[in-house]
Design a protein around this ligand. Structure first.
Ligand code: CA
Length: 223
């Protein structure tokens, strides 16, 4: 049973969300502020996050989690700027208030599925030093496990599944962000450049991640 932390200062709304999710088999905890949420957030499988909290912006918590725990931002309907800043700030998805119970549950399940998974995809080694292992949920560089966010890892797994073939930007966005392909290129760019930094990969002379003219990315896998 997945554990979900609902961070929302509107008690009525928080209780409604907890009721919905409990019906569908989630175990829920509640926090009404950043201070209450911080000690709980590291110990759940998923955080549902309101942005306007009495002691600060919900994105502070999202940034502090650094992608270790998946986050779904709860936005006011139509607040597109909240959605974009949420996704660029490392959130995994968003839902608009007021919620449709089935949509909320479907998004929670999708995010949990994307963030959890061992698969049977084979390991891919690049340039003898980068090993991408979707089946173990692990990326190592020269034998050392890299501290990547869920999104960065998912990007590498999506590329590894295609071996050295190019994956278009649209495909990457659809695979890694699932329901939010409309969020555009910028989020992908931000995550790719942070991934390059962690891999110490020079985009002008890449060892690992090659940007292909005409709109895609591939891993430098030699067969
Ligand atoms: Ca609020």
């Amino acid at each position: 049973m997945p554990d979900v932390l609902v961070v929302e200062d509107d008690v009525e709304l928080a209780l409604a969300v907890v009721d919905m999710l409990s019906l569908f088999g989630f175990r829920c905890r509640r926090a009404g502020s950043l201070a209450e949420a911080r000690p709980l957030a590291e110990h759940v499988d998923l955080v549902l996050l309101d942005l306007g909290l009495p002691d600060g912006d919900g994105m502070e918590l999202c940034r502090a989690l650094q992608g270790r725990i998946p986050v779904i931002v709860m936005t006011a309907r139509g607040a597109a700027s909240d959605r974009v800043s949420g996704l660029e700030g490392g959130a995994d998805d968003y839902v608009a208030k007021p919620f449709d119970a089935r949509e909320l549950v479907a998004r929670c399940r999708a995010v949990l599925r994307r963030s959890s998974g061992p698969t049977s995809d084979p390991d891919v080694t690049v340039d003898g030093s980068l090993v991408v292992s979707p089946s173990r949920g692990l990326v190592t560089l020269d034998g050392v496990a890299l501290a990547l966010t869920i999104k960065e890892r998912e990007l590498l797994f999506a590329l590894a599944r295609r071996r050295g073939a190019m994956v278009t930007r649209a495909e990457l966005i659809a695979e890694v962000w699932g329901t939010s392909p409309q969020l555009g290129d910028n989020t992908l760019r931000v995550h790719l450049s942070s991934l390059r930094r962690k891999l110490d990969d020079d985009p002008t002379n890449p060892r690992f991640l090659v940007t292909v003219r005409g709109g895609g990315v591939r891993l430098r896998v030699e067969d």
